[in-house]
Design a protein around this ligand. Structure first.
Ligand code: PLP
Length: 386
């Protein structure tokens, strides 16, 4: 069987995530390929403009992936050797790695608890030292953090807030979009995200100087782009800082443009499925579904459907039972402080809430095109397993 056939014939009756492939996307890609201009150019600029407008941000800077967005955002706000960055341990490891790549040190903080797996503003404050430079918040599963409390702490201590909004395009806090609530907001467009392009990322900021810095860092610190020179707008360039090649290309930008227009519908469909999970599963047999809090003030993008298993349950057994029925599950995430690389972190702190749910969290399938039969199959399999 070819690799393509293997993808389509996947053994999962219900995969963890899935993407829509249709003629509109294929045509947009073909048209871009036929244009003869593949590296960063007009489609990237259009994607940046539309994403900024969608989020209500002043500037959007497209980058190669979400990890690059975190790395550049942290560098641009001035994180470096001798600094500490407070970050929840219940997180994707890119967060800690990006901090380390700036020369700063991650200081892990706890989550609120089993009902809200976002970072705990009280524990953020407890983690502050004279070395603290920034707070890197994660809107876990697409549910907005308590940004008012975080902003208040940041103001009192003179800290920078960077948002990891990889899960949260279209999510909002008191009517403002995630990614525009801190000094800088970072997004990932990896294939399993709400806005998938394969590999891609975006950085938002309202600060003109920061946006300029981010654009320079994205492309080797060069003052003009190949696209500018191709159009005859420049014939040379200067280099003003040691940057990176973190550019996005045109093919992925055009995928992003199509996917952005579909994002509200995708998020709504995810919301309906998450609500069905909640109704059927939350509180049943001791299982809970976090993030039943917030109301209209905190609108989730429903990136992940996470449940917390009752104490004493063997998660591997539950996963095995779902696997046997063709239902793919995952764990978001093994806490970063438990990995070999970060176990010995000098700033190791007690994280009781994170540790109390680490072996009990389970991510169920969630994607907009899931049909009723698939949702029913997941619900029934979970109820049987517990
Ligand atoms: C919370 C979070 N942060 C950062 C990233 C990194 O994004 P990317 O995979 O696009 O580098 C991801 C994506 O997997 C993520 O889920």
């Amino acid at each position: 069987m070819s690799e393509d056939a293997a993808v389509n014939e996947s053994r999962w009756r219900v995969p963890l995530s899935d993407i829509v492939v249709d003629d509109e996307l294929v045509d947009a890609v073909l048209e871009t390929v036929r244009s003869g201009w593949w590296s960063m150019g007009p489609r990237v600029a259009e994607f940046e403009q539309e994403f900024a407008e969608f989020c209500g941000a002043r500037h959007a800077v497209a980058v190669a992936n979400g990890s690059a967005s975190l790395h550049l955002a942290l560098l641009a706000v001035g994180c470096g050797p001798g600094d500490e960055v407070i970050v929840p341990s219940l997180n994707f490891v890119a967060a800690a790695n990006s901090i380390v790549h700036t020369g700063a040190e991650p200081v892990f903080c706890d989550i609120v608890g089993p009902d809200e797996l976002n970072l705990d503003p009280g524990d953020v404050e407890a983690a502050i030292t004279p070395q603290t430079k920034a707070i890197l918040v994660l809107h876990y599963a697409g549910f907005p953090c308590a940004m008012d409390a975080i902003a208040d702490t940041a103001d009192r201590y003179g800290l920078v807030v960077v948002e990891d909004a990889a899960h949260a395009p279209g999510a909002s806090f008191h009517g403002r979009m995630c990614g525009t609530l801190g000094r800088v907001g970072c997004f990932s467009f990896f294939s399993n995200k709400n806005l998938p392009v394969g590999e891609g990322g975006m950085i938002l900021t309202g600060d003109d100087e920061l946006a300029k810095q981010l654009r320079l860092l994205r492309s080797h610190g060069m003052t003009t782009l190949t696209w500018d020179r191709h159009r005859g707008h420049a014939s040379s360039y200067d280099v003003v800082l040691p940057g990176f090649n973190y550019r996005l290309d045109e093919v992925r930008a055009v995928l992003g443009l199509v996917q952005l227009r579909r994002l509200p519908e995708e998020n709504e469909a995810r919301g309906r499925i998450a609500a069905r999970y909640r109704e059927a599963l939350d509180g049943t047999g001791g299982l809970t579904m976090p993030f039943g809090v917030g109301g209209e003030d905190r609108i989730s993008s429903n990136h992940l459907a996470v449940v917390v298993l009752p104490k004493g349950f063997d998660r591997a057994e539950v996963r095995g039972a779902l696997d046997a029925k063709g239902i793919q599950t995952s764990v978001h995430y093994p806490p970063i402080h438990t990995f070999t690389q970060y176990r010995g972190a000098a700033q190791r702190r007690a994280l009781p809430q994170t540790e109390s749910i680490a072996d009990r969290i389970l991510t169920l399938p969630l994607y907009g095109r899931m049909d009723d039969e698939q949702v029913d199959a997941v619900i029934e399999a979970v109820l049987t397993a517990i």
